[in-house]
Every structure is written in structure tokens, then in C-alpha cells.
Write a protein that binds this ligand. Structure first.
Ligand SMILES: NC(=O)c1ccc[n+]([C@@H]2O[C@H](COP(=O)([O-])OP(=O)(O)OC[C@H]3O[C@@H](n4cnc5c(N)ncnc54)[C@H](O)[C@@H]3O)[C@@H](O)[C@H]2O)c1
Length: 347
């Protein structure tokens, strides 16, 4: 039984592929390398292609007996989604619809989908449960919301079985496996802080210090990428009928959703202090105006994933997340490109 991972050359996808291989699964990565990296794909086949290329996707299903798909492939920059929504609706919504149609044509009816807390927009209740109203505040969030809707409709009409995992802030690295975050441009707060202390960036911009939080900065829920990877393994095993933890599906018969966060909020100022402690270096900070649409607090209620998937975020203390991201920042030059093999031996 093989698992097809779209977007498996990207940040979260590559960590999930690693976790699947460690558990003995055969994996095929399907990725157009638009933001992913071939160096991040190890010990499995990489097919370079676009999810919209129906003929190419079909050929993968013809060649391999695929039992389930884990679908990471997407465009995911919030700012870009606002300035260029056409790209996001095309790549995320249309691309996913084409992928689903091809799957069903080839009788593959199990899918784990990368969703996001951005589908909640500005939540009314925090911690956020899966029952919170979904009303995104940017095009990226809307694309993910629409895909969740398609999954539900495809479940009822065509028998697709799907699990949407709504991640909070993915962070950290499996640096010991030569994997970590490598985005260009980088928009995530922990790599931005680390780029500041390693001198790649002059100053860290802190957006808003006048929120109604304890220290005035925004609070987010950071989840280690290894814990995300573990949740994907559990979700796909549930779809394949291999997860030992089992309860009745509550909402739609063929669609489930889970929040993936720790349930604990960390403020940006606290994050800065952890980065300074671990690195032993001072972060130069520039306080800026609030950014439009930044909710003060985004924290997950994660009990559903614990109960149904048996999932617990074991790696996600903020110290562990920052430590691993910091180590990755120091070794990553060795892990990319031709030095990859040497790096593997060093690590
Ligand atoms: N990083 C986060 O904090 C976060 C939070 C919530 C949800 N997500 C979602 O998780 C998924 C993975 O995020 P990431 O941070 O690893 O992003 P990433 O950009 O590192 O990975 C995305 C991968 O998909 C590939 N891809 C994009 N469009 C494609 C297409 N049309 N066909 C084939 N491959 C394509 C890219 O080349 C890349 O390898 C995305 O769907 C994202 O929206 C991420």
C-alpha cells in the first residue's frame, strides 16, 4: 500500500514523508517544486508535476497502487493571496478539485488535507474548537474553507473519505534528519527571528504592542512540525482503518476535521525572550503599527484530535521548537544541494 504525498517536497510535507517512511510506508512524492526542494525528498520517489496536470497524476495512479493521498500542495502566503487571489483560487481550489476528480476516476477515495486555523478568521471564542464559525479574512483562508466544503460534498455524493487537519502555527525542524523550514520569502515568525540573530536580517519587526494581552503582543499557538507529521500518520491510518483509537464520526459521515495546536498561547515578546535565551544573542526589535486583520489571540482547543486520533503534541514546548529551529538554521547550509549527502553523514 503506497501513500501519495502532494507537496511532499515542502516544509510540512517533507517532515510527514520522513515520519511515514520511518513507520514503514512506501511513499511517492508529487510536487511541482514551486516552493519545495528536491533535497528535502529522501528515500522515496519524487515525481515532478503539477496537481492540475490530470494526465500526469493519472499516470502515477496507473503505475502505483495508491491507498491514500495526503495533500499539502498549495500556495500559502496570506499577503500574496490578498494581492493575487486568482493564483490562490486556481492553484488551491481548482487544483485540488482536479486532483480529487482524478483520484475518484482511479478509485482512490481517501484523502488527508492540509487545512488551517485561517479558516476561522477572527474567532468569537478562544481556545478555538472545531465547532467555531468559519469565516476567513483573507483569500488564502477562503481557498482552504472552500476545499473543506468540496470535500464534504464529494463525501456525500461520491464516497470520498477525507480528514481536514487545521494547523495552527507550524514551526521547528527535524534537523537531525536534515529537514527544516526553507521558504523564500520567509514570512513565519520563528525563522524571521532566527534570521535576525544570525545577521541575515537587520531587525525584527514587532507588529503591535498594544493588544489586550498580558504583555501587549499577539499570542499564537506554535506546533512542532514533528507533531504535525505524527498527526498526518494517525489521520491516514484512521482512513485506512488502521488507527486503534476509534470513536463514532460526529459530523458528516465521510468528513472529519481536527485542530492541530498545543492549546497554549505564546506571545511574540515571550518568543523573543526564548530565542534570546537559546541563542545567547539579543534580537534587535523595531516596534511597528498593528497589521490589519491580525487577531490578538489564536489558540487551539485540541481535545478532539487527542480523543479521536490519540494525538498528543509531544515535541511542542516552545523551548524545544525554538531549539530545533535554531539548530536547523545552523546546519541548513550543509543540508541543501550537493552537500546533502555529506550533511546526512555529519548529522
Ligand atoms: N506552514 C504553516 O504554518 C501552515 C499552517 C496551516 C496550513 N498550512 C498548509 O500546509 C501545507 C504545507 O505548508 P508548507 O508550509 O509546508 O508549505 P510549502 O510551500 O513549504 O509546501 C508546499 C509544497 O507544495 C508544492 N506545490 C504547490 N503548488 C503545487 C501544485 N500545483 N502542484 C504540485 N505541487 C505544488 C510546493 O512546491 C511545495 O513543495 C499547505 O497546504 C499550507 O497551506 C501551513
Amino acid at each position: 500500500m503506497r501513500i501519495l504525498v502532494t507537496g511532499g517536497a515542502g516544509y510540512i510535507g517533507s517532515h510527514t514523508v520522513h515520519a511515514l517512511i520511518e513507520k514503514g510506508y512506501e511513499v511517492i512524492v508529487y510536487d511541482n517544486l514551486s516552493t519545495g526542494h528536491d533535497w528535502a525528498v529522501r528515500d522515496c520517489e519524487l515525481v515532478i508535476g503539477d496537481i492540475s496536470d490530470t494526465e500526469k497524476v493519472k499516470s502515477v495512479f496507473d503505475k502505483h497502487k495508491v491507498g491514500a493521498v495526503i495533500h499539502f500542495a498549495a500556495s500559502s502566503l496570506v499577503g500574496e493571496s490578498i494581492s493575487n487571489p486568482a493564483k490562490y483560487y486556481e492553484n488551491n481550489v481548482v487544483g485540488t478539485k482536479r486532483l480529487l476528480d482524478t483520484m475518484l476516476l482511479k478509485s482512490v477515495n481517501k484523502l488527508v488535507f492540509s487545512s488551517t486555523c485561517a479558516t476561522y478568521g477572527l474567532p468569537e471564542m478562544v481556545p478555538i474548537t472545531e465547532k467555531e464559525k468559519q469565516y476567513p479574512i483573507n483569500s488564502y483562508g477562503w481557498t482552504k474553507f472552500m476545499i473543506e466544503r468540496i470535500l464534504q460534498d464529494y463525501g456525500q455524493a461520491y464516497g470520498l473519505n477525507s480528514i481536514a487537519l487545521r494547523y495552527f502555527n507550524a514551526a521547528g525542524a527535524a534537523y537531525e534528519a536534515g529537514l527544516g523550514e526553507e521558504h523564500d520569502p520567509e514570512t513565519h515568525v520563528i525563522p524571521l527571528l532566527l534570521e535576525t540573530i544570525t545577521g541575515k536580517r537587520e531587525v525584527f519587526s514587532l507588529f503591535g504592542q498594544d493588544y489586550e494581552t498580558e504583555d501587549g503582543s499577539c499570542i499564537r499557538d506554535y506546533i512542532h512540525v514533528k507533531d504535525l507529521a505524527d498527526a498526518h500518520v494517525r489521520a491516514v491510518e484512521r482512513l485506512l482503518g488502521m488507527n486503534s483509537v476509534s470513536v463514532e464520526i460526529e459530523e458528516y459521515k465521510r468528513f472529519e476535521c481536527f485542530n492541530l495546536g498545543t492549546g497554549e498561547g505564546v506571545s511574540v515578546l515571550k518568543l523573543i525572550s526564548v530565542v534570546e535565551k537559546i541563542s545567547g544573542k539579543k534580537v534587535p526589535v523595531k516596534v511597528c503599527e498593528r497589521r490589519a486583520g491580525d487577531p490578538p489571540v489564536l489558540v487551539a482547543e485540541n481535545r478532539k484530535a487527542a480523543k479521536v486520533l490519540g494525538w498528543h503534541p509531544a515535541h511542542s514546548s516552545i523551548e524545544n521548537i525554538v531549539q530545533s529551529a535554531y539548530k536547523w538554521e545552523t546546519v541548513k547550509a550543509f543540508c541543501v544541494g550537493e552537500t546533502n549527502q555529506i550533511a546526512n553523514r555529519i548529522l
